[in-house]
Design a protein around this ligand. Structure first.
Ligand code: ADP
Length: 499
């Protein structure tokens, strides 16, 4: 069979569900399957997953997607993996059994230890080496917690009997029945143990966190054949040939392959990532420096900034304030008024992320009058999401030398045309919404497909990418200036509120 007649399977292992999507050579979705799994909250601030359940759900949706597409394993050219980042699993090399539940990226149990690290003056060194700001999100302190708290684990780790991995590593280990212990550079870059300049695990950091080297996986490129599946699930062996963390996979899936190109994912929160080319850029505005991918020996770096509350503010309008019945109706409601009637909504419901980093900021609705309606407040909430994203992108643009380009978008809230148009208006740049919004899975498929020659190169892939709609800026510079001034005035009022 010609490889072009085959299909690619992307495994998208997310925070709340495991999914598998099958793409054809035109990068179209042929079939998909999805299974949620349990979120475990043992104590306030702790979040765990059962690593075995991650494996069961992921392997079963893989089989289900193949069946739904009426294919067999022989039709699958290769597998690409994308995953929730930073989530930490430690397992036994012999038995493949996890020694503890997966500690999820959201878990805050090591927050106090992170404060100690900052107080002890390690922030600069860690920032310099890893591109990260010390935080409990990243894997290092979670690994240390497992080593320090689960009986016998440190000793077994030192004897080389255990493996650490993020979810990508764990899945490859399970799919290969323990033959392959690898991760890719994008996942390694989120551990806070990986030096993004030397592209190696960093000895000084391993000493600081007291983590034995023997635990760690081999770090590979984002696109290369790592191994083949063992013949447990499919009757044939299938190469696993692409891996990247979810945000990086989305950046690649959006084909943001030139420096300056940016994608934003509008989900519960908003995640902005900008390709910065072959050189890591150190942000003066508190953005994270990270690795976009490594392909053909070439490393591409990226800047990353997150907004904590994006689409979540729409959930709050629906479930908290109860002024709307569904997220879908917000676009029409917002467009039913000419403007927000002077109302500004700062969606800082859980503090402000980049570029403000103010955990004491709180949500604020300002400018209310007797004429204010639910439509004005809804419109202001949507505008608030766009303003937040705007501030992150402006901060990134101050860090880099590139001119701004159009922004590519994905995530649940990009269905909202009003939001997309307003984003284009205040950014004064085009906003491009692709036809396939499954950009994360698509990115994993592209990475895997390139490694086995399913697609020749990025140019060939570009030929398959389709735009759904392009939003062009319509407001003039003066109007935009006024809107932004009013927004920043409102942000000032919201900052430090809960101090
Ligand atoms: P996540 O992956 O973070 O769970 P999704 O990408 O599925 O999020 O997006 C869901 C979010 O998008 C929700 O917060 C929801 O309120 C918001 N959302 C969905 N549809 C719309 C819409 N038409 N307008 C505005 N927000 C929306």
């Amino acid at each position: 069979m010609d490889i072009k007649d085959k299909y690619i399977m992307a495994l998208d292992q997310g925070t709340t569900s495991s999914r598998a999507i099958i793409f054809n050579h035109n990068a179209e979705i042929v079939a998909s399957a999805q299974k949620p799994f349990e979120q475990i909250f043992p104590r306030p601030g702790w979040v765990e997953h059962d690593a075995s359940e991650i494996w069961y759900t992921q392997s079963s949706v893989a089989a289900e997607a193949v069946a739904r597409a009426n294919l067999t394993g022989l039709d699958i050219a290769c597998i690409g993996i994308t995953n929730q980042r930073e989530t930490t699993i430690v397992w036994d090399r012999e038995t493949s059994l996890p020694v503890y539940n997966a500690i999820v990226w959201q878990d805050r149990r090591t927050a106090d230890y992170c404060e100690e690290l900052k107080a002890a003056g390690h922030a600069e060194m860690i920032r310099e080496k890893t591109g990260l700001i010390i935080d409990a999100y990243f894997s290092a302190t979670k690994i240390k917690w497992i080593l320090d708290h689960i009986e016998g684990v440190r000793e077994r780790a030192e004897k080389g009997k255990l493996c650490f991995g993020t979810v990508d590593s764990w899945l490859v280990w399970k799919f290969t029945r323990g033959r392959t212990h690898v991760t890719d550079v994008t996942n390694a870059a989120r551990t806070m143990l990986f030096n993004i300049h030397t592209m190696e695990w960093d000895e000084e950091l391993l000493r600081l966190f007291d983590i034995p080297r023997a635990l760690l996986p081999e770090v590979k490129q984002s696109s290369e054949v790592y191994s083949e599946t063992a013949t447990t699930l499919f009757s044939t062996k299938i190469p696993i040939s692409g891996m990247a963390g979810d945000q990086q996979a989305a950046l690649f899936g959006q084909l943001c392959v030139e420096p300056g190109m940016t994608k934003t994912t509008y989900g519960t929160g908003c995640f902005v990532m900008m390709n910065t080319g072959g050189e890591p850029v150190t942000s003066r505005n508190n953005m994270l420096t990270t690795i976009g991918w490594k392909i053909g020996g070439q490393v591409t770096y990226a800047l990353e900034g997150s907004v904590f509350v994006g689409g979540a503010v729409i959930q709050w309008l629906r479930d908290g304030l109860k002024v709307i019945a569904s997220a879908q109706e917000t676009g029409e409601l917002a467009a039913s008024v000419d403007d927000s009637g002077g109302v500004v909504f700062v969606p800082a419901l859980t503090g402000l992320g980049a570029p403000y980093w103010d955990q004491y900021a709180r949500g604020a609705i300002l400018g209310l009058t007797r004429g204010t309606t639910a439509a004005h407040i809804t419109r202001a909430a949507l505008e608030g999401i766009a303003f937040e994203v705007h501030d992150v992108i402006e901060a990134m643009l101050q860090d880099v030398k590139y001119p701004a380009t159009e922004m590519r978008v994905d995530g649940g809230a990009v269905a909202n045309d009003f939001l997309m148009q307003f984003q284009a208006d205040i950014d004064r740049r085009g906003v491009v919404r692709p036809k396939i919004l499954e950009t994360t899975a698509l990115g994993a498929a592209y990475l895997a497909g390139l490694a086995v020659g399913y697609w020749r190169d990025i140019d060939e892939i570009r030929g398959h990418a389709q735009t759904d709609r392009r939003f062009e800026p319509q407001l003039d510079a003066g109007q935009v200036r006024k809107l932004l001034d009013r927004w920043h005035k409102a942000v000032d009022r919201a900052r430090g509120w809960a101090e």
